[in-house]
Design a protein around this ligand. Structure first.
Ligand SMILES: [Zn+2]
Length: 208
C-alpha cells in the first residue's frame, strides 16, 4: 500500500466518510503545503494528553490548565442536577444539547449506537459502564434517566438496548429511576447533533 492509499484508508474510517470523500481529503492534504501538513500531523500526534476522556461521562475534553483533572466541567459542576442522567450516542450530541441551554443534569456517552442490522455492535459500547454508573449514582439520588438518540430505526434499537441495561441493573432497596425519552419535535430521521437548539429545547420539554 502506498502512503497515499494508507492516508485514504484512514480517512475512510472516519464516521460518515465514503471512499470518494476520503480521496478528496487525501488530495486536499497533498495540496496543503509542508508547513500546514506538519502542523496537522503535530496536532493529531499531541492530542493525546491535551484532550482527555472524562472519568464520569466519558466525553473528551481539553485540559486547560496544568493540573490534570479526571472530570469535565459539566461533571464537576455542583450547580448541575446530579439526579438526572442523559444518555447520548456520541460526544457531539452533548454539544448540541448544551447549545439548547435547557438541560442542567449530567450525561453519559454510550460511544455509538446499535444499528438494527448489526446488533453485535453493542459489544463496542459502554453498556457495562452505564450499568456501573447507574448503580453508583443511585444512593446519591438518581431519579431520572433520559434517552436521547436519533429518531430513526437505529436510534430506536439503541434505546431498547439501553433500556435492557437499565432494567437489568441492581436497585436493591432503592427506587428505580424513571426512564424518559426525548419528545417528538425532533423530526423523523434526525440526528441529534444536527438539530437546532429550539428543536432540542422542545424535545427535552416534551420528554416522557
Ligand atoms: Zn464529564
Amino acid at each position: 500500500m502506498t502512503a497515499l492509499d494508507q492516508l485514504i484508508a484512514h480517512f475512510e474510517k472516519f464516521p460518515g466518510i465514503g471512499g470518494r470523500q476520503a480521496k478528496r481529503f487525501a488530495f486536499h492534504v497533498l495540496t496543503m503545503g509542508k508547513a500546514e501538513a506538519e502542523n496537522l500531523a503535530h496536532l493529531i500526534a499531541t492530542l493525546d494528553g491535551a484532550v482527555v476522556e472524562c472519568a464520569s461521562c466519558h466525553r473528551f475534553f481539553s485540559v486547560t490548565n496544568s493540573t490534570p483533572t479526571p472530570l469535565c466541567t459539566i461533571c464537576s459542576n455542583n450547580n448541575r442536577d446530579h439526579a438526572k442522567l442523559l444518555i447520548v450516542a456520541q460526544d457531539s450530541d452533548i454539544t448540541a444539547i448544551e447549545r439548547s441551554g435547557i438541560y442542567d443534569g449530567l450525561y453519559l456517552v454510550l460511544g455509538g449506537s446499535v444499528p438494527l442490522l448489526h446488533s453485535e455492535d453493542q459489544k463496542k459500547l459502554r453498556g457495562g459502564t452505564l450499568k456501573a454508573t447507574i448503580e453508583a449514582r443511585l444512593p446519591g439520588g438518581l431519579t431520572e434517566i433520559i434517552l436521547a438518540f436519533a429518531v430513526n430505526p437505529d436510534g430506536e434499537n439503541t434505546a431498547r438496548y439501553v433500556e435492557s441495561i437499565i432494567n437489568s441493573s441492581d436497585y436493591g432497596v432503592l427506587e428505580k429511576p424513571s426512564v424518559t425519552e426525548l419528545g417528538r419535535g425532533l423530526s423523523t430521521g434526525s440526528e441529534l447533533e444536527y438539530a437546532d437548539p429550539d428543536t432540542i429545547k422542545n424535545a427535552l420539554r416534551n420528554r416522557g
